[in-house]
Ligand binder design. Structure first.
Ligand code: NAP
Ligand code: MN
Length: 268
């Protein structure tokens, strides 16, 4: 007997998502798959139904699984969620016929070092360092031990290529094609004046770089770390190191031009 083919469906609670999940479940079951709505680590595919937020939550909740994701968009934008509910049949046929590529999604790691110990986070879109008290924050920025600037402003975004179309893009960062092995360091409302001098644009760094943000003493207890939209607060932060993660997640891609058509249809 052949191995059972298990598929996880991870859905948000919206009416439209529940309806789409039900339809998916029936159609996949008809084609011989075993569909789970409770996460099964033996599955061959994760189908995420919802928007980008649902995708990000699914990745974090299931701790960056190696099982590839595919997204059905019932959300607002759905940049990660390239399949529309009306194209479910086409998606299932292409999946069964293996008409897809598996794309790697790079993640960003942060090592948040407080006086006593360090904490570790990984993000899909970005990790943001910002003030928790609506005050200007001051950060010493270095790349691979080379001092770059004394930043003053609202904060700093360390964005992955896949996250470059999210928060990074809204604050003037560049769109980076997802297969590029880089991180982007993007300032949030940088101050450039007679008093302070910060770079106004983002810096794109090579994939093996370590980006270090050192906090000035008086900000060690008033800094927020925001990982893919989720806030973390730590006491006595001294510095934060960022790098491309050794972990990766995977996504199905049904068309080599999908990134560009998605970009055009969702941003223009
Ligand atoms: P949200 O407030 O719903 O997200 C803001 C918007 O960003 C949504 O329209 C979301 O799409 C979209 N988005 C998420 N990831 C994207 C990507 N990689 N490329 C293009 N657009 C993307 O919150 P959420 O859904 O939980 O998403 C968290 C993300 O929001 C964070 O990682 C951050 O990048 C972003 N954010 C953006 C701003 C800003 O642009 N000013 C401020 C804070 C946070 P859906 O509608 O499909 O969810
Ligand atoms: Mn959202």
């Amino acid at each position: 007997m052949s191995k059972p083919r298990i598929i996880n469906i991870i859905s948000n609670r919206n009416f439209e998502s529940k309806k789409t999940s039900l339809e998916l479940n029936e159609k996949l079951t008809d084609r011989g798959f075993i569909v789970k709505d409770k996460y099964d680590y033996n599955a061959e595919l994760n189908i995420c139904v919802g928007g980008d937020g649902s995708f990000l939550r699914a990745v974090h909740k299931n701790r960056f699984p190696k099982i590839p994701f595919v997204g059905i968009n019932t959300g607002h934008l759905g940049f990660f969620q390239e399949i529309l509910p009306e194209n479910i049949d086409d998606f299932i046929n292409k999946y069964i016929n293996k008409e897809y590529m598996v794309e790697e999604i790079l993640l960003v790691d942060a090592e948040v070092c407080a006086k006593e110990k360090c904490y570790y986070l990984s993000g899909v879109n970005e990790i943001v360092v910002k003030g928790s008290r609506s005050k200007v924050i001051h950060l010493d920025v270095s790349i691979d031990g080379n001092h770059l600037e004394n930043f003053c402003g609202d904060g700093m975004i360390i964005s992955t290529p896949s996250g470059s179309t999210a928060y990074n893009f809204s604050v003037g960062g560049s769109i980076i094609y997802p297969s590029m092995n880089t991180l982007q360091v993007t300032p949030l409302a940088p101050i450039s004046s007679k008093a302070y001098r910060s770079l106004l644009n983002s810096v794109v760094v090579p994939g093996d770089s370590i980006i270090k943000l050192k906090l000035e003493n008086r900000y060690t207890n008033s800094t927020l770390i925001v990982n893919d939209g989720v806030e973390f607060k730590y006491d006595n932060i001294d510095h934060i190191n960022f790098k491309i993660s050794d972990k990766k997640i995977y996504k199905l891609n049904f068309n080599k031009d999908m990134y560009w058509s998605n970009l055009r249809s969702k941003f223009l």
